[in-house]
Design a protein around this ligand. Structure first.
Ligand SMILES: Nc1ncnc2c1ncn2[C@@H]1O[C@H](COP(=O)(O)OP(=O)(O)OP(=O)(O)O)[C@@H](O)[C@H]1O
Ligand SMILES: [Mg+2]
Length: 334
């Protein structure tokens, strides 16, 4: 990616070259990439970083191949951003294959479109490469645009994105720059904090692909794989008993109706990895007590539900952890 980014910025486009850009048929580009790589190979390539998201991938690809923007929606840490980036990397529609925006509530419309620097324009002319530095909506012409956590975008930025999506032009102080891109957005469901409601017009232009929390078996396989991967440079392996208890613990919580936000896969991977790293530093074997300590310390601020105090939340986690140990013992005795 390094070289290509250099390539893109090494010769910054001038405003007049941007004004002459040709139309790109994005859906044809996507279909060509799928044909050339083959769906089987795309899914296989994806399995090297994500497990169990084959169906979601096909949903994303089918949307893109008819020119529809896609929004991957799901709870915290289920692989939304990784899925968007991996699909973009595997399709490799251009070089670089995608432009990514980490959306936030204070983002301005000009951060998305880029703006003319009046001082440079007055001194060196509008066509000086530094008179206009293109924003992501302009740079994504011919590529995928990843709008990560799109529901953090405030209504003003949503409006400028919508204009680019529906008109395929980005307007900069009256200049009209062609921009053809397909967007993969990610978002958390509306009940999460710090999010804006997406405007109806914007939501209507995206196909929604939902990712759910993995079931017990899949979760265990992911935790085993990723925790050991995280520890590979230390050279220790997580005992399967620890993964088993953590999987039961997370599954118990995610199935509990009173919990609004369950522990994420990311937090679970690190709970296992931290437990192992600590035991390794202290030159001893890890225990269930170590895992319990990690889990309660790290997950108390992640989960959300109807708790009246922090103590109540910690007591809840302690109870669920003990229950998970009992379940693991029972299952292992069978
Ligand atoms: N299905 C999966 N297979 C393998 N790893 C996964 C899976 N889902 C999540 N992970 C792991 O969890 C981590 C978090 O993934 P990612 O950041 O893509 O999730 P996200 O849904 O975008 O999270 P957030 O809601 O916090 O933005 C990744 O590093 C990945 O290793
Ligand atoms: Mg994410």
């Amino acid at each position: 990616m390094q070289n290509s980014v250099k390539g893109m910025f090494g010769s910054l486009p001038t405003l007049s070259s941007l004004l002459k850009r040709d139309t790109v048929n994005m859906e044809a580009k996507v279909v060509k990439a799928i044909r050339e790589r083959g769906v089987g190979n795309i899914l296989k390539a994806l399995e090297s970083s994500l497990k169990g998201l084959g169906e979601a991938t096909i949903d994303v690809l089918s949307g893109l191949s008819v020119g529809r923007h896609v929004m991957i929606m799901g709870p915290v840490g289920v692989g939304k951003t990784t899925l968007a980036e991996e699909i973009a990397n595997i399709l490799a529609l251009d070089d670089p294959p995608y432009i990514e925006v980490a959306c936030h509530s204070h983002m301005t419309a000009t951060e998305l479109t880029g703006d003319i620097d009046i001082a440079v324009a007055l001194q060196a002319g509008l066509d000086h490469p530094l008179a206009y530095i293109p924003g992501p909506l302009v740079l994504s012409h011919g590529r995928l645009l990843i709008m990560d956590e799109i529901n953090r975008l405030n209504p003003y930025s949503q409006a400028s994105l919508l204009q680019a999506l529906q008109e395929h032009y980005v307007f900069i102080r009256g200049f009209r720059i062609r921009s053809d891109f397909l967007m993969i957005a990610t978002s958390n469901p509306a009940e999460y904090s710090g999010v804006y409601e997406l405007s109806e017009a914007l939501a209507d232009r995206m196909k929604v692909v939902e990712i759910h929390y993995p079931d017990r078996e899949l979760l265990k396989a992911i935790l085993e794989w990723k925790a050991n991967l995280t520890l590979s440079h230390i050279g220790v392996k997580v005992p399967s008993m620890l993964t088993d208890v953590l999987t039961n613990f997370v599954t118990l919580i995610s199935q509990d109706g009173m919990i609004e936000v369950s522990p994420s896969i990311r937090a679970s991977i690190y709970a296992l990895a931290n437990t192992m790293a600590r035991a390794w530093i202290e030159r001893r074997e890890p225990t269930l007590g170590d895992l319990k300590r990690e889990v309660i310390a790290n997950m108390a601020h992640v989960i959300r539900g109807n708790f009246s105090s922090e103590t109540e939340k910690r007591d809840y986690l302690t109870r669920k952890f003990d229950e998970a140990v009992v379940i693991s013992n029972r299952l292992n005795r069978r």
